[in-house]
Ligand binder design. Structure first.
Ligand code: 16C
Length: 262
């Protein structure tokens, strides 16, 4: 009788017992769905292009603040989707490729695949400096009827709260008058990566030459307080392409002489 009430499957992630888990599970699934939708319906506007990389935006404002959603696609040879996501998720490499950060701290390691980060970003003149507090979750895309789905990984980052780093609560006006030092941004970011394998001839071993990684990166950042629209748009038009090029080159370089990890 007792056996009947026991769970039949092993939990996929140790983070399942965390209070944030329902939110992490829901937002990650939503972001995966959103990332898989194309950019063809005419609402997305191409703003940057470089080799295989294409970056699209939609101009949107909320309460007078620019929150333009961004969607980028890229294709990189010689690496797997897992490798891309691993380097994006792990705090060990973040400062190697992330050029908008001044400081980064892991506030809580929920499990091997889920962490809570606090980051202080570089200041953009003439706006106040920003910080970001978010959970980050890495997972292999589970069960799907699509056989290729086994080769898909996602990292999802989403703003949250944490007792060890409360947002300054003394009101926007005061914060912007230099009392509170940082304005907190709100972000939802997803990196989705799929490994495509060109089967080698004569059943030979798969090498890095047989691999292609298809990348989709989606981001929405709410600046959280006043920042001039023109400056903000100029900054992200420069920073997003810079990020995706630098990050993917970095992962390629890190992986090229190492065994393939799926
Ligand atoms: O996804 C990326 N990185 C992840 C790990 O760090 C994580 C971080 C998201 C970044 C959230 C943006 C925070 C705003 C920082 C202020 C801008 C600093 C620019 C400094 C330039 C010298 O998911 C890759 C992130 C790629 C770069 C994002 C740039 C976005 C700019 C959006 C404008 C925000 C408001 C700025 C206020 C003036």
């Amino acid at each position: 009788e007792r056996l009947k009430s026991m769970p039949v499957s092993v939990p996929r992630s140790q983070a399942q017992s965390h209070v944030l888990w329902p939110e992490i599970d829901r937002i990650t699934a939503e972001q995966l769905h959103y990332a898989r939708q194309g950019v063809g319906e005419g609402v997305w506007e191409l703003f940057a292009e470089d080799g295989e990389m294409r970056m699209y935006k939609r101009e949107e404002e909320v309460n007078g603040l620019v929150v333009d959603p961004l969607k980028a696609v890229h294709t990189v040879k010689g690496v797997t989707g897992f490798e891309m996501c691993h380097y994006f998720f792990s705090p060990d490499y973040r400062l190697d490729w992330e050029t908008t950060i001044e400081q980064m701290k892991v506030l809580e390691k929920v499990s091997d695949d889920t962490m809570i980060f606090l980051q202080i970003h570089k200041r953009v003149w003439p706006a106040s400096q920003r910080d970001a507090l978010f959970w980050s979750h890495l997972r292999q895309v589970p069960d799907s009827r699509d056989p290729d789905a086994q080769n898909i990984w996602i990292v999802c980052n989403h703003s949250t709260e944490h007792h060890s780093a409360p947002e300054k609560s003394n009101g926007k006006y005061i914060r912007e008058k230099s009392n509170g030092k940082y304005i907190r941004v709100f972000l939802t970011v997803a990196l989705v990566c799929q490994t495509m394998i060109e089967p080698p001839k004569n059943g030979a071993q798969i090498t890095r030459d047989d691999l292609t990684c298809k990348i989709t990166y989606c981001s929405v950042v709410n600046p959280g307080g006043w920042a001039p629209a023109s400056v903000l748009r100029a900054v992200y038009k420069r920073e997003y392409p810079k990020f995706l090029k630098k990050f993917t080159h970095y992962v390629y370089d890190q992986c090229k002489n190492k065994p393939i990890r799926f």
